[in-house]
Every structure is written in structure tokens, then in C-alpha cells.
Design a protein. Structure first.
Lengths: 622, 174
């Protein structure tokens, strides 16, 4: 509510009004949930005091699931129904999934996004991710003893629109209200920047289990501004495991591996990789299902050699990000390391050489993203006092465009545009009498449509026939603060319109998600209704107070009739606010919202005007 | 929310001219953005959230336009009803086109040689500095918008060339 937000400058909420909000790092390998308690960001542990939740989901016949450690423990027994690294499949078709042939899953090559056939039925990556998110939500609600108002969920900065949308849908499916999708390196920068009172240009080098991001940010008092971001949405610790796995197989030359033994050796490879972060060699032993014993020793030097190409793959994105930011490597004040995979010595060394300075490792690379997300969730939930918060300016990682003649891409919004952002472009018909136009929305940096990701197709139909080149079709792209795109098209001479929210197709419609969500919520009936009524009453009270304060301060902005309308709406709200008719309160609130909207806008104008003219710009702290 | 009738300069409370105090603009940008940004309206009504997104979008567009030396010039000319692209039919001076061809040949010859490309980049940066100084004189001093539009068209060529040198460097580096 705009009224509320400007009515109480400098006032924090009373402690009992603290809203429970969490930050969730939905990782390829591990996931975490964190919150801000008494002003300090903390990771919420499980009942056994463990912070990490392995991102592993096991399905049982009949639909029961196990998530986290229990699922991970049984990984090698039931590889086909135990899904690891599901993040790699989010918003991806089968052809985009690296090493799909090494995954023991029964993939279904469904259009838009791959699905997996399990003993509990066909599951989409969205549903599987939702299981992980649900487990984290339950952990948070148990730990905080209350219901969450919302969550900030982190995504790799280099995730495209389909991957972001899939993540948001998974959160909805898990019953979470998404306050914001936040880029992982940006979350890390918040945690690092606040902790160290950092100012200047920082690079965040984030190598996770399955994704690599590099973000260049400018940190200054009260503002985190992302200048450029780049990365590789299919490069991470998993790939290093895979290289070690291949090395083991080359060395030991076992008989063809079963799914179970593949899983066993991949786990052994991961353990060896982790061991090598602190040791100069790792011994790998495993007894295969065939009885064969694997026993090899991997020296650190060999590990560095077999993974050299992977390390090299991080270099070009860093250079591109610096170029887009318009900065030389010398201008970077510090490099923050994020993600478990940055513990590898060869990564540390490569980053030090590239940036010509020792990287910063003083935050736990596994936790920093979740902590930053929790801090941002606290701000978005409104738990911080005005003036004690900050502004976050993020960008879209990949250019957005549309297909034109000959399969070429016309760029509409360039990468690294600060969001929210919008741009419109005009196109015309190329045939006489043409009354429809197909619009194909794509994302990526390449010239050819076939090299970019297809996000959506829709048609603008029914405009009057004209000679070729006479129609004026305006296609508008809007990217919101979550980095999600919606597209609309309008033929200017006739006014015919069409719009589409860009959504990946993975076999689940909005209605199906809503239904699944409905089914998954346990109906505690009266309880939930009583709580909802209570929340509405509180909201009505707050609205009445805020409106009274706003009128006391700025009633001069209103014409007599407007003032009368607002007073009438407030009286109507006051009359029903303490009753038990939810619908009546909702309607009265809506009415107040509606009649105070121009008032709120004018108050905003006035406060901006004051901000710009009341004091000298030089004196402003922002 | 913001007043959509204001032009980008008015929005930031800046004088409408080419010469720009970047630090001043950044402070204005952040000040406005911190009031209208969607992060401030997470719990607001749909209508307010939409208004916030539209305002923040417009503020970002204004910032992006004014920050870029070339986009700022084009925008100033557009405010004077001079469309730079409209006059793209008018021939560029032959001398300039010849110079362009020479530049392009040099870039092609230097492909795969990072040092030679970097040197070309530096030479180009010097030339562009002069051209931008000329543009500023034409816009703020002489107020000769036709000549300024010609400067802009030349600089569009040079900016593209700069991108190409950057691309070539990136390829040579890989």
C-alpha cells in the first residue's frame, strides 16, 4: 500500500508485527533456507542441526517422497527414482541437458521442458523442485513457529526466462509466496557488502553445483547496482565430478556399469573432488555390484589437468562481463567467491591470475547466497525502517528479441539492461492483404533464431487487410523486477491487440498448478478461515490509520469531491472492519485502495519533488 | 508515481543540454528509483504494483538514454524535432566514408593480433573524443542541430567500429 509506505517515514514496525520471511537458495546440489532474526541473518537448521538440505528427491510407489539426506543415503539403491541435480533440468528440453546419457533417469522428451518417469508417475522438474522447496518451507515454519508471508528465492544470474519462470512456478506449487526472484551473485553481494561495509566495484564469482555466474557490481551506500552479468547455465561442480568419474573409468576399466554402479562412482568422484580441496591426493575405493573392486589414487595435479578445460570455460564469461560493464580488470576492488565449487584450488588460482588479486573467501561459500536472500526478504517484507534499507538494481542476463524474416533475430532488449525495463519496436507486414502476424519471442546473443532459446510464440490476428508495409505492428516487451518477460502486440491503425505472458510449456497449465496447490494444502478449515479474517481486520486497521495520517499531512492535494469520496470509502471500511464478513472487508479495502490511488500518486510526486528540490542533490545520501 | 509528461532531463531535475554532470544524474536516479522501485511495493495492490513497475521502467529508460553519450545526443535532437535517422538518406561526406573504409581494412588486417587491435582501439578512442567534443559544441554552443545530427551520424559509424574492434579482440583472446 503506497499510503502506508509514505505515511510512516522513519518508523519501524512494532516488534510483534515482524513478518516472517525467508530467503531460499535452491541449489543444484544443496539447498538452504535462512531468515533474519533480531536483525541478524541466520541459516535455519533441520532437527539434527544440519544447515544443508541435499537437493535430492526420492519417489516411492504410491507417491510418497523422501527429500534430503534420507533420499541421498539411498541414492545408489534406487537411482531411477531418486532425482539429484534437478535444477539442471529446469526449463530445459532433453537436448539441452548435458550428459543426459549418464543420468539413470527415464526421460520423457516433452516439448519445452523434459519430464521424468518415476515409480510414482511422470514428474516435471517443477514438481520435483517443489518437493525441495516444500521441505524448506516446513523447516522454516517449524523453526519460526508461524506462517511465512513470503520468500525470496535465488536463481543463477544467467538463468533465462524459461528457467526463472519454472523456478517461480515450483515455489507456487510448494505454497510459497514469492516476494522476489533474486540472482544468486547479487544475493551474495548483499551479504558480503553489508558485512564488510564494502564500497566500490566488486566481482562475484559464483561456481555452484551446476551453474556458473559472474556478476560485476558497484556497491555504494544504500545501493547495490549490478553493472553486468555473464556466465554458463550448464557449468558447475557436477561437471568436475563427471570428469573425475571419466578418469576413474579410464584408469580402472571396469566392465560396463549398471545404473547403481554409475551412481556409486559419481558419488566417489564427488568425494574425491572435495577431499582435494584440502589434500594433495585422493584415494578412491569402491566395491561394484559385480564384486569388482575399484582402487585408484588421484593426485591433485592430475585432477587439475583433467579439469583444465572446465576451468578455462569460466574465463571468457568474466572478460565479457567486464567489457559490458565498461571496466578494466584493474578497476575491480575485490572478488567475492561463492559456491562450494570455488573451494577447488585450481579455481582459486585461476581467479587470482585473472583478476591479479587474491579472491575473498571470508564468507562460507555454501551459505552466503541464502543469507543474502534472507536479508533481502526481510527488506521486502517491510521489516526494516525507512532509511535503513537499500536499493537493489539488477539486470537481465541475456538479450530478448524476436524472429524476423529469414530466421534472424531482431534484438528488442539488450542484455544487461537494468530491470524493470520495457521497449517497443514497430514491424510491418510483407504481403498484400495480410491480416495476421506470427510473433516468435527468443532469448540469447546469437544472430540466428535457431541458436537462441525459443520462449514463446503467439499470433496477432484479425487486423484489416492492407497493402504490404502499411500495417504498423507495435510489439512491446516488458521485463518485471523478477526478470520475467511479458509481450504484447498491437496493430496501430486498427487497434487490434494480443498479449502473452511468456511461460515455458512443460505440460502444466496455470489451472493445473492451482489445482495441485489446492490439493496439497491440508484443509484445516475453520482455523485457516479465522486466521484469514484476523489478517484482514489487521490490514483494515492499518489502512484506516495510514489513510488518516496521509490525509492529515497532504489533504490539500485533493479536490473537494475526491476528499469526500475517500472519506466515504474510509467510513464504509470502518463500519465493516470489526465484523466477521470477510467479503465485505475485502470489498471495502478494495474500494479504499481504488479511491486513494490518485492521492497516493500525487503524494509520491510531492515527495519526489521535495527530494529533488527541498535539498541540494549533493547533500542527498543516495 | 512519476510524471510521465516530463522529459528525461526534467525527470532528473537536470538542465536540458548535452553537457551532463554524471554524478548529479546518478544521485537523482537513485533517489527517484528508491521511491518508485517495485521492491518498495511488494505488498501493495495490483494497480500500485503496476504503476511502480511502469515508473521504475521509465526511470531506467531515462537513465540509460542520458548516460550514453550517443543516445543522449539523439534524444536531445529528438526533443528539437530533429530525427537523426530521417536524414540518413543525405549522403555522408565522401572523405568520411573513405576514412571509414580505411578503418575497416585496418581492423580486418589486425584480426587475431591483440596488440594491433588494442592500438587501433586507442587511436579510435582519440578520434571519437574529438568528435564528441565537436558534438557538444554544436549542441550546447552553436545550437546548430543540422550539423549536430551529422556529428551523431558519424559517431554512429565510429561506435559500431568500436564494437567491432571489441569483438575482434574477444575472438583474438579466446
Amino acid at each position: 500500500m503506497a499510503l502506508l509506505q509514505i505515511a510512516e517515514p522513519g518508523m519501524s514496525r512494532a516488534p510483534h508485527q515482524h513478518r516472517l520471511a525467508v530467503g531460499i537458495d535452491l541449489g543444484t546440489t544443496n539447498s538452504l533456507v535462512a531468515t533474519v532474526r533480531s536483525g541478524i541473518a541466520v541459516v535455519l537448521n533441520d532437527a539434527d542441526a544440519r544447515a544443508l538440505l541435499p537437493s535430492v528427491v526420492r519417489y516411492f510407489p504410491g507417491g510418497a517422497t523422501a527429500v534430503g539426506y534420507p533420499a541421498q543415503a539411498e541414492l545408489a539403491c534406487d537411482p531411477r527414482n531418486t532425482i539429484v541435480s534437478v535444477k539442471r533440468f529446469m526449463g530445459r528440453g532433453l537436448k539441452d541437458v548435458a550428459y543426459a546419457e549418464n543420468c539413470p533417469y527415464d526421460f520423457l522428451d516433452t516439448p519445452g521442458m523434459v519430464q521424468l518417469r518415476t515409480c510414482a508417475g511422470v514428474k516435471s522438474p517443477v514438481e520435483i523442485s517443489a518437493e525441495i522447496l516444500r521441505a524448506l518451507r516446513e523447516r522454516a515454519e517449524a523453526s519460526l513457529a508461524g506462517e511465512l508471508v513470503g520468500a525470496v528465492i535465488t536463481v543463477p544470474a544467467y538463468f533465462d526466462d524459461a528457467q526463472r519462470q519454472a523456478t517461480k512456478d515450483a515455489a507456487r506449487l510448494a505454497g510459497l509466496d514469492v516476494l522476489r526472484l533474486l540472482n544468486e551473485p547479487t544475493a551474495a553481494a548483499i551479504a558480503y557488502g553489508l558485512d564488510n561495509a564494502a564500497e566500490g566495484v566488486y566481482a562475484v564469482f559464483d561456481l555452484g553445483g551446476g551453474t556458473f555466474d559472474i556478476s560485476i557490481l558497484r556497491l555504494s551506500k544504500g545501493v547495490f547496482e549490478v553493472l553486468a552479468t555473464n556466465g554458463d547455465a550448464a557449468l558447475g561442480g557436477d561437471d568436475f565430478d563427471h570428469r573425475v568419474f571419466c578418469w576413474i573409468v579410464e584408469q580402472a576399466r571396469p566392465a560396463p556399469l549398471s545404473d547403481e554402479d554409475t551412481r556409486l562412482l559419481l558419488t566417489a568422484a564427488r568425494e574425491a573432488k572435495e577431499h582435494l580441496s584440502a589434500h594433495s591426493e585422493a584415494r578412491i575405493t569402491a566395491r561394484l555390484g559385480t564384486g569388482e573392486l575399484i582402487d585408484v589414487t588421484l593426485p591433485l595435479k592430475t585432477f587439475a589437468e583433467v579439469t583444465r578445460a572446465l576451468v578455462q570455460k569460466t574465463i571468457a564469461p568474466v572478460k565479457k562481463a567486464l567489457r559490458d560493464a565498461g571496466l578494466a580488470v584493474e578497476e575491480v576492488n575485490g572478488v567475492v567467491m561463492v559456491g562450494g565449487a570455488t573451494r577447488m584450488p585450481q579455481i582459486q588460482q585461476a581467479v587470482a591470475e585473472l583478476f591479479r588479486q587474491a579472491p575473498l573467501n571470508n564468507l562460507d561459500p555454501d551459505k552466503v547466497v541464502a543469507l543474502g536472500a534472507a536479508i533481502q526478504a526481510d527488506v521486502l517484507a517491510g521489516n526494516r525502517a525507512a532509511g535503513d534499507d537499500w536499493l537493489l538494481l539488477d539486470v537481465i542476463p541475456l538479450s530478448l528479441g524476436l524472429e524476423t524474416m529469414g530466421g534472424l533475430v531482431e534484438r528488442v532488449i539488450p542484455r544487461n539492461s537494468t530491470i524493470p525495463y520495457a521497449r517497443a519496436q514497430e514491424f510491418t507486414t510483407f504481403k498484400d492483404g495480410q491480416t495476421a502476424m506470427a510473433i516468435h519471442v527468443v532469448q540469447g546473443e546469437r544472430e540466428l533464431v535457431s541458436d537462441c532459446r525459443s520462449l514463446a510464440r503467439f499470433e496477432l490476428r484479425g487486423f484489416p487487410p492492407m497493402v504490404a508495409g502499411a500495417a504498423r505492428i507495435r510489439v512491446s516487451y516488458q521485463v518485471d523486477a523478477d526478470g520475467l518477460l511479458s509481450v504484447s502486440a498491437r496493430e496501430a491503425t486498427s487497434g487490434v491487440e494480443a498479449a502473452v505472458a511468456v511461460k515455458p510449456s512443460y505440460g502444466l497449465s496455470d489451472a493445473q498448478i492451482a489445482q495441485m496447490l489446492q490439493d496439497s494444502i491440508t484443509h484445516s478449515g475453520d482455523d485457516a478461515q479465522a486466521r484469514a479474517l484476523n489478517e484482514l481486520r489487521v490490514e483494515a486497521e492499518r489502512m484506516l490509520e495510514a489513510a488518516a495520517a496521509a490525509l492529515a499531512a497532504d489533504a490539500d492535494l485533493l479536490a473537494a469531491q475526491e476528499l469526500a469520496d475517500i472519506r466515504a470509502a474510509l467510513d464504509a471500511l470502518a463500519a465493516v472492519a470489526s465484523g466477521s464478513e470477510r467479503r465485505a472487508i475485502t470489498a471495502a479495502l478494495e474500494r479504499v485502495n481504488q479511491v486513494t490511488e490518485p492521492f497516493a500518486a500525487r503524494r509520491m510526486d510531492r515527495s519526489i519533488h521535495l527530494a529533488l528540490t527541498g535539498k541540494k542533490l549533493e547533500d542527498m545520501n543516495i | 508515481m512519476i510524471n510521465f509528461q516530463q522529459n528525461h532531463f526534467e525527470l532528473f531535475g537536470l538542465p536540458q543540454r548535452y553537457h551532463l554532470d554524471l554524478a548529479l544524474m546518478e544521485r537523482a536516479y537513485r533517489s527517484i528509483q528508491s521511491q518508485v522501485h517495485p521492491d518498495r511495493f511488494v505488498h501493495a495492490s495490483d494497480a500500485e504494483r503496476r504503476a511502480s513497475m511502469q515508473s521504475a521502467t521509465q526511470v531506467n529508460e531515462a537513465y540509460r538514454t542520458l548516460k550514453s553519450r550517443l543516445a543522449r545526443a539523439r534524444y536531445l535532437l529528438a526533443l528539437q524535432s530533429v530525427d537523426v535517422a530521417d536524414e540518413s538518406n543525405t549522403a555522408m561526406p565522401a572523405e568520411f566514408l573513405l576514412q571509414q573504409m580505411q578503418w575497416r581494412e585496418s581492423v580486418e588486417e589486425a584480426a587475431n593480433q591483440p596488440e594491433a587491435l588494442a592500438e587501433l582501439g586507442e587511436r579510435l578512442a582519440l578520434e571519437m573524443k574529438d568528435r564528441y567534443a565537436e558534438l557538444e559544441r554544436r549542441l550546447d554552443g552553436e545550437r546548430d542541430y543540422a550539423l549536430a545530427a551529422e556529428s551523431v551520424r558519424k559517431l554512429m559509424f565510429l561506435e559500431r567500429l568500436r564494437e567491432e574492434i571489441g569483438d575482434a579482440l574477444e575472438r583474438a583472446d579466446a
